[in-house]
Design a protein around this ligand. Structure first.
Ligand code: ADP
Length: 227
């Protein structure tokens, strides 16, 4: 489970983790032992807007019902459940910001007798906000460009290519406010690994190697359903 603030670099690290795990599986004596899966809002075609609880966007009664986000979570849960097994490593890229939700996923893994781990992406709030603001700006320019029939995208090359959906600013602020930090003292948030924005390739590989050990290595600790 990857977790972190909105636009803090989660998908970037999830992609790097996938590539690393694929490498380890390829180097494994039994290459067929593990299969790799990515589940994310993007793979499930879930819009950022499902997290938007701002009263300006929705009528007041929807705030408590929070239906769109619940539906989105159900879709993600089903996607994980469909593939998760002791042979299937699932990288779940997403906000995963509710501790009760991480607990549910931990229990799902436990039911399958397969280990789980949490990777928290650490990023200064201002930097994460700047990423979202750049995406908002790019969307605005793209929309204006479309009107004038000359696109004027801003941002990094990879961002331009993907045209990543930004969060509405109030939605972004609210998600930061609602974020429930993982706590390594709890079973469902452990083992807990952390990568920060500045971590270089070497540090990143070290953390990924520890994640491999936790989920697939000799030291992997499986909590059985009856434990
Ligand atoms: P999230 O999945 O949390 O929304 P992304 O992974 O899409 O965030 O990252 C947002 C932007 O920040 C992307 O343009 C990405 O290239 C850039 N980025 C993410 N992590 C890093 C990093 N560690 N170093 C430099 N740029 C990064």
């Amino acid at each position: 489970m990857v977790t972190g603030l909105p636009t803090s670099g989660k998908s970037t690290r999830a992609e790097q983790l996938l590539a690393y795990l694929a490498e380890r599986i390829a180097a494994h004596s039994d290459r067929t032992k593990y299969r790799l899966h990515l589940v994310s809002d993007e793979t499930q075609s879930i819009s950022r807007a499902v997290y938007d609880l701002s009263p300006a966007q929705l009528p007041a009664h929807v705030r408590s019902a929070n239906a769109s986000e619940k539906d989105a979570r159900a879709a993600v849960y089903a996607a994980v459940k469909r593939v998760l097994s002791p042979r299937d490593i699932v990288v779940l890229d997403g906000l995963n910001y509710i501790k009760g939700w991480r607990y549910q996923l931990f229990c799902e893994a436990k039911n399958m007798s397969t280990p789980s781990a949490v990777l928290q992406i650490g990023c200064a709030i201002d930097r994460a906000r700047a990423v979202n603001e750049a995406r908002l700006e790019r969307r605005k320019q793209n929309q204006e460009g479309q009107k004038q029939e000359e696109p004027a995208p801003v941002g990094t090359e990879s961002e331009k290519a993907k045209d990543v959906e930004p969060y509405d600013p109030a939605n972004w602020d609210n998600l930061v406010f609602r974020y429930e930090e993982p706590n390594p003292m709890t079973r469902w948030d452990s083992p807990l690994f952390t990568l920060i924005w500045e971590d270089d390739a070497e540090q990143t590989r070290q953390v990924f190697s520890q994640i491999w050990d936790a989920v697939a290595g000799e030291a992997k600790k499986v909590v059985r359903p009856n434990q």
